[in-house]
Design a protein around this ligand. Structure first.
Ligand code: SPV
Ligand code: MG
Length: 431
């Protein structure tokens, strides 16, 4: 009896999957791998069913003889374990981001003369509809909101990218890279006050009001499914903050980060070059507690951002505040620094983790940008936010184009660095 291996990353079984299963069964004993949540979130889609529920889907299929766990995107471990004569897969992976996974499968099968069989992908209307519905579902508030907490359990470090518009949200949503045999993508989106303000040509001083920020959130939500962490600046007056928590939670935002400053807020990266006032521990704790009190779901997170290192108030002040804010109900601590060296961030995290091993720590390595995600995770950091790099890369590109059109009195000279008209026209799919 020959052995056949397939692997699935789906929450819904449709005719396309059944077609693969029926084809595969023709070749012998059929083992179906079900990809773990940890592996699935690295590329394909976020699961809406638990791993056990997904396995159950396949256990109920008559043609499948055995359902097994596949713990990674790579098929290596299971292929070496089961040494199948055949692997069966849809032919759609030939030219998507799974290309290298496919090549590895072919190479491994070669070791014992196994064969890869590729079944033409089912492109029927009903498959398309189910596929779209599954993806769209993830954009609904009840799925999106809880996703950040789920990711904190699944990822060694959650990676958030700054977005401030539909187009930047699409970049965060759709950018997947295959690098050194691994697939990777961003887990979440950060709606930065700096970049949201900059996109509107305004300074980062809480001038862009919550109605306008909500408009940005809406634009982002319209075209994406990933969880949103909102830069909530100081959170404003406690009396206003509670209303905003309700609104954001209802919309499906996963977290708001508020910073412990009062008065006219200026961007932290100015540090002590401009006058900035830190809030009292008592007042900021009252704000956190008030927000937690009005929250309706368990999913929404209020994260407290500590500005002590930015304002040169010392490590002890930062730690005292961290413990007080957690006691007041904060679901996470963001510690910020504008030093190039991550030493003070690491010192804070190491000290904080001696007493608190569970509260998520969030960092924004704009200044200390030589640190790797791995180093951050080693110091107990749970979320890394790339807070402004999309804006900072787009602006000089646009400015140089404007300068060169002025210099040459025509657009020919800039053409080589532009996206083609065809690409821009087809960049965004119509519904
Ligand atoms: C932002 O992105 O707006 C932030 C992070 O708050 S920072 O600019 O570093 O203050
Ligand atoms: Mg900000």
């Amino acid at each position: 009896m020959k052995t056949v291996y397939t692997c699935f990353t789906t929450d819904v079984l449709h005719e396309g999957h059944m077609n693969i299963i029926k084809e595969a069964k023709k070749y012998g004993k059929l083992i179906a791998g079900v990809m773990s949540d940890e592996a699935m979130v690295k590329f394909d889609r976020f699961p809406t069913l638990s791993f056990e529920e997904r396995k159950q889907l396949f256990m109920n299929i008559e043609e499948i003889d055995e359902v097994v766990d596949q713990k990674s995107v790579s098929y290596r471990e299971n292929l070496l374990k089961y040494r199948p004569d055949y692997v069966v897969h849809g032919d759609n992976w030939k030219d998507n981001e799974q290309k290298s996974v496919r090549e590895e499968v072919i190479a491994i099968l070669k070791e014992w003369g196994g064969t890869l069989i590729e079944v033409p992908y089912t492109r029927s209307e009903s498959v398309k509809r189910i596929d779209n519905k599954m993806r769209e579902q993830l954009s609904m508030p009840e799925f999106r909101r809880k996703r950040l907490k789920q990711l904190l359990q699944l990822r060694p470090i959650v990676k958030a990218l700054e977005v401030h518009s539909g187009i930047t949200a699409l970049i965060a949503e759709k950018t997947i890279v295959e690098h050194e045999g691994e697939l990777d993508q961003f887990d979440a989106m950060w709606i930065s006050s700096l970049c949201d303000s900059t996109a509107k040509g305004k300074p980062d001083i809480e001038l862009v009001d919550m109605s306008s920020r909500i408009r940005t959130i809406d634009d982002v939500m319209d075209v994406s499914t990933k969880p949103i962490i909102l830069d909530g600046d100081t959170g404003g007056l406690i009396e206003h903050f509670v209303y905003n928590v309700r609104t954001l939670e209802r919309m499906g935002v996963s977290a708001i980060i508020i910073e412990d400053k009062t008065g006219l807020k200026k961007n932290s990266l100015f540090g002590t070059e401009v006058a900035q006032t830190q809030d009292t521990i008592e007042n900021f704790c009252a704000k956190i507690s008030a927000g937690k009190n009005v929250q309706l779901s368990d999913d929404f997170m209020i994260i407290a951002r500590i500005e002590s290192l930015i304002l040169e108030k010392g490590m002890q002040d930062a730690l005292d505040r961290a413990f007080a804010y957690v006691k007041a109900g904060a679901d996470g601590i963001m510690i910020h620094s504008r030093k190039k060296d991550p030493a003070e961030i690491f010192a804070f995290c190491d000290e904080f983790r001696k007493s608190d091993q569970t509260t998520p720590i969030i960092v924004v390595p704009t200044s200390f940008n030589t640190v790797t995600e791995e180093e951050l995770a080693q110091h107990g950091i749970n979320i890394v936010i790339y807070a402004n790099q999309l804006t900072r890369s787009a602006f000089p590109a646009m400015q140089n184009t404007a300068i060169d059109i002025l210099k040459h009195h025509r657009a020919k000279e800039v053409d080589d660095r532009l996206m083609s008209i065809k690409s821009i026209l087809t960049l965004i799919n119509e519904l």
